[in-house]
Design a protein around this ligand. Structure first.
Ligand SMILES: Cc1cc2nc3c(=O)[nH]c(=O)nc-3n(C[C@H](O)[C@H](O)[C@H](O)COP(=O)(O)OP(=O)(O)OC[C@H]3O[C@@H](n4cnc5c(N)ncnc54)[C@H](O)[C@@H]3O)c2cc1C
Length: 342
């Protein structure tokens, strides 16, 4: 197994923040993963491709980067069951599926990151969530030292949420994911940008459109370091919604249930006057207020300070507390803005 000492993580997180970890383990088999776990004695951070991770100290914890690669296919009459190991890249998987006529994840094209991290926050975009196609997840459980299968229901998927962020946080590793994909194309075109002229629409058309929308709307982390949406879209009660909409009739909102509405965090940030705000090397993107940018590759703490300012301003104006979607990591491991700001 590859083990690196005093490893520089600045090219292993899309915020490009500087951070050094004492040891970086890159297990490529289950045996190596067990070995890495034993060496770290439970005190480490699991890193995928770092596109949803913010390191805030110069010193990072020990890092395990699971690099189990490969996939296997079980073809049935109406469905394809595709098992993909955690180290594979998500977007390459989408391209592979589209090229082979396995349907269901074309709307999730160009989301950065690894397959292993995808179920953690139940990645979603353009009307599709990973939970729509997950059959099961293979989970290496630290306490049992063995792999167990969790079916879709057991993963407790929600909006940018799953059991892996909740009760199983820190208790194991997703080693592979099994997707149930369709063999017949059923386009999901609920997102308003996905309307087509073509008579014979293909998954490739949908994937290409999603890529072009994303490229036109979202800053490329290679040019402007960011981690996509920094905050989750808040879900509020219908009571709060009705009070707000009376004051802000243009406020976009999406009814989730009879009792709840989802608001656009980007709109709240913009209307708190922070779109395009920039200070000390970091800022709010000028077109996408939900995206925080590390313009000058400065330390992660600056981004936390900016996020805190945004949370305060949005709360002051709308009475809504935004919750970060990005995983915040200090020298000891996973933490949260409220713990840091105590
Ligand atoms: C430009 C940009 C656009 C984005 N757009 C979207 C979008 O449209 N929709 C969306 O949902 N997300 C989006 N994201 C967020 C991000 O791409 C996803 O959250 C992605 O799944 C993160 O993958 P990663 O490998 O980089 O995860 P990392 O940041 O490395 O890790 C994320 C979390 O997963 C855990 N983890 C990693 N690997 C494993 C494993 N094998 N087992 C268990 N836990 C693990 C980590 O400990 C951490 O808690 C975007 C990010 C960027 C930079």
């Amino acid at each position: 197994m590859q083990i690196q000492q005093s490893f520089n993580l600045s090219h292993h997180n899309t915020f490009k923040v500087p951070a050094i970890c004492p040891q970086y383990f890159e297990p490529s088999t289950l045996e190596e993963l067990k070995e890495a776990y034993q060496s770290c004695k439970g005190n480490f951070y699991l890193l995928g491709e770092g596109s949803n991770t913010l390191f805030i100290d110069n010193q990072a914890p020990l890092i395990i980067r699971p690099k189990l690669m490969g996939k296997s296919i079980n073809m049935e009459k109406n469905a394809v069951f595709l098992t993909v190991n955690c180290g594979e890249n998500w977007h390459e998987l989408v391209q592979y599926c589209v090229a082979n006529n396995y349907y269901g994840i074309e709307n999730l094209a160009l989301i950065p990151g690894s397959v292993g991290a995808a179920p953690v926050q139940n990645i979603g975009a353009y009307g599709v969530e990973l939970s729509d196609v997950i059959q099961s997840v293979s989970w290496f459980d630290f306490s049992q030292q063995q792999v167990i299968e969790l079916d879709n229901r057991a993963c407790e998927f929600g909006y940018r949420d799953s059991i892996f962020k909740q009760s199983l946080q820190g208790k194991g590793v997703i080693v592979s994911v099994t997707l149930k994909l369709a063999r017949e194309f059923q386009p999901k075109l609920s997102y308003k940008g996905l309307s087509f002229e073509q008579k014979k629409l293909t998954a490739k058309h949908v994937m290409e459109r999603v890529i072009s929308i994303r490229e036109s709307k979202l800053p490329d982390p290679k040019k402007l370091p960011n981690a996509g949406s920094f905050f989750k879209n808040p879900i509020i009660s219908s009571e709060v919604y009705h009070t707000l909409i009376a004051t802000y009739p243009d406020m976009p909102a999406y009814k989730v249930t009879e009792q709840t509405y989802k608001l656009a965090a980007g709109w709240l940030i913009e209307h708190a006057g922070l779109k395009g705000y920039r200070e000390r090397g970091v800022g709010v993107h000028q077109n996408q207020a939900l995206v925080l940018v590390n313009f000058e590759h400065v330390k992660g703490m600056r981004i936390v300070e900016l996020a805190t300012l945004i949370m305060e301003k949005v709360q002051e104006k709308f009475g809504i507390l935004l919750a970060p979607e990005v995983r915040i990591v200090d020298r000891r491991g996973l933490t949260s803005i409220s713990e840091i700001m105590v």
